[in-house]
Design a protein around this ligand. Structure first.
Ligand code: GAL
Length: 403
């Protein structure tokens, strides 16, 4: 090959490199412009509208909860897919990060479903209402969620736990349980105990005693599940001022909500628990602490369909709890739903603002069961009127409302 042919080849190579660099540069610019458009800063909350993440995709974190950690908010929720089947866990638990609560960065799947058909969290199981707490002592992030085993509908009524070293995961599934087997609630009344003991001995409970017990039917489920562990469906977690953590879950065939102290590593139930309001039929628990009071928001039982929100208040997390009025006010103009249908939503979390102690956002899901991925988020500011929660519909609002 002559000297000139070599030089010619070299030039060709160089111009190819140049062409390649120019094309990559242009592609990079286009991509960043697109990203910038998708990233359009959002500085207000628009309940029930589409909420886009940093990729311009509707946030996929339903039945969620927010972990506050070192100045950042981590929003965990059920990753749903399109269609009716989208309510099952095909992917896992999604996590997003934000510093201002209106712009969310997709941080991926924190807990993945398993491809192993024998795993309790195999693809097609039901994983709902995941919540995460940071354990200061172990330095681990602990996730609990409602778990239904694949192919069993909502029969299993279990709760699962997973851990991670970083807030965004990956979370490692440890186990699932029916909580507090062979433990009695610490607030069982004398009459309930008397009836419970008769049930355990398979003896008839006198009619008079039955009639004296509020939510008697629910007590029969507590007794039925005493040995094997209590049912646990809709749930949330709460870390108290002293670092102790509690799980709240709908139990006893959804008739009664339990509040259970977890052990110090947050990985198991301690056996110490209360029945929050026997026969109250509470689901979708969300809890907050403010000024010496615990505030609890729940829903009634109507599956994906909305019903009226309820609120309870207590001086101690393990009760006694008092029932107050429905905290919601106003109407969602899009569906015409007001307080008796919680604007079309169902509670999932009370989010504590990191830089404004004592201020909370009430998070609700507006479910779209026929196309699960299209479910919406209704976040509204919580006001405290005479120490009682009030949550008023807003078409859009921003954090200046708390000033
Ligand atoms: C709701 C519950 C949801 C989901 C749904 C299934 O009552 O809050 O988390 O379990 O039922 O029908």
């Amino acid at each position: 090959m002559s000297f000139f042919t070599n030089i010619n080849k070299m030039f060709k190579k160089i111009s190819l490199y140049r062409l390649f660099s120019i094309v990559s540069f242009v592609m990079l610019i286009t991509l960043s412009v697109n990203k910038a458009q998708a990233l359009e800063e959002v500085d207000d909350f628009q309940p029930a509208k589409l909420w886009k993440d940093d990729n311009g995709v509707h946030i996929n974190a339903h039945g969620g909860g927010v972990l506050n950690h070192e100045g950042k908010y981590y929003w965990f929720g059920e990753h749903k897919v399109a269609g009716k089947t989208g309510n099952k866990a095909h992917v896992g638990v999604h996590v997003y990060i934000s510093e201002n609560l209106t712009n969310w960065k997709d941080a991926g799947i924190a807990l993945k479903v398993s491809d192993d058909a024998k795993s309790e969290i195999t693809k097609g199981a039901i994983i709902e209402r995941p919540k995460v707490l940071f354990n200061e002592t172990t330095g681990k992030f602990v996730m609990w969620f409602h778990l239904e085993l694949k192919g069993q509908g909502y029969k299993a009524a279990r709760t699962g736990v997973a851990v991670a070293d970083k807030p965004t995961g990956p979370y490692r599934f440890i186990k699932s349980v029916r909580p507090n087997a062979k433990h009695l609630p610490i607030n069982i009344t004398a009459q309930e105990k008397q009836a419970f003991e008769l049930m355990q001995q398979e003896k008839e409970v006198p009619e008079k005693l039955k009639n004296n017990i509020k939510g008697y039917k629910s007590l029969t489920f507590l007794s039925r599940d005493f040995t094997g562990g209590q049912m646990a469906r809709d749930m949330t977690l709460f870390k108290d001022k002293d670092g102790k953590a509690y799980q709240l879950y709908s139990s006893e065939e959804n008739q009664t909500l339990h509040i259970s102290l977890l052990n110090d590593d947050y990985l198991s139930h301690s056996g110490r628990f209360i029945r929050m309001y026997s026969g109250g039929q509470d689901e979708a628990p969300a809890i907050a602490y403010r000024a010496g009071q615990y505030h609890l928001l729940t829903s009634g039982l109507s599956g994906w369909k909305p019903n009226a929100a309820k609120q309870y208040i207590a001086k101690h997390i393990l009760g006694p709890w008092n029932k107050l009025n429905n905290p919601t006010l106003g109407i969602n103009p899009e569906n015409g739903f007001g307080a008796n249908k919680t604007f079309g939503g169902q509670s999932t979390h009370l989010l504590a603002l990191q830089n404004k102690p004592g201020h909370f956002i009430a998070m609700f899901d507006l479910w779209r069961p026929d196309n699960a991925i299209d479910g919406r988020y209704i976040w509204l500011p919580v006001e405290f009127v005479d120490g009682v929660m009030r949550i008023t519909w807003q078409d859009n609002w921003d954090l200046s409302i708390f000033e």
